[in-house]
Write a protein of this length. Structure first.
Length: 184
């Protein structure tokens, strides 16, 4: 089994978002939340319209850790969410399934994986999965801010090395260093 990776190229991050938006606003919203929040897919799928409508900060209890987490909704994500929830009821799941008999249920993790994996394949990113959104957030957050300690805290990781390895930066740094290595 291949480990999923972050989307390292910003152009590809945007292209995948545009592709998902053309196909389905729901899938685009799922992706945007993932790449702007660093939330795990299970936490994204549990969000309801009331959790995001008109808020500046989204607050959740993480499914995996049971810890309270909050994150600010930046202007780009806020605009997307505002448009998306305009005609929806507060009790509805944000990433709602359209399957018959699944009244007001979120899509499954497996469906989310399939959506993202298919989108990745269109853009030559073969190892794209649900965790890629979280890793993409972390990778670009670190590249933009250089603040590894803050990212470690956002992800609730035990060490900076764990965080670097998680976002693929440790591998990038190692490959770059090995390419520059010389005895001359």
């Amino acid at each position: 089994m291949n480990t999923v990776q972050p989307i390292r190229d910003k152009g590809t991050v945007i292209d995948i978002g545009d592709y998902l938006k053309e196909k389905s606003m729901r899938n685009y919203v799922m992706y945007m939340i993932g790449i702007y929040s660093g939330l795990r897919i299970g936490d994204i799928l549990r969000l309801r319209v009331r959790d995001v409508r008109g808020v500046d900060t989204i607050m959740i209890t993480e499914q995996k850790t049971g810890k309270e987490k909050q994150f600010p909704v930046g202007s780009e994500l806020k605009k997307v969410l505002s448009e998306y929830v305009r005609d929806k009821k507060d009790y509805e799941y944000l990433i709602k399934s359209t399957m018959p008999g699944a009244y007001n249920q979120p899509i499954t993790r497996q469906r989310a994986y399939k959506i993202l994996h298919e989108a990745g394949s269109k853009f030559g990113v073969d190892n794209l999965g649900t965790h890629s959104m979280r890793k993409t957030f972390g990778y670009h957050f670190y590249k933009q801010t250089g603040n590894l300690g803050m990212l470690m805290k956002i992800f609730n990781h035990s060490s900076e090395y764990v965080t670097l390895a998680y976002i693929g930066a440790a591998q990038d740094d190692m490959m770059s260093a090995m390419k520059r290595f010389s005895y001359k």
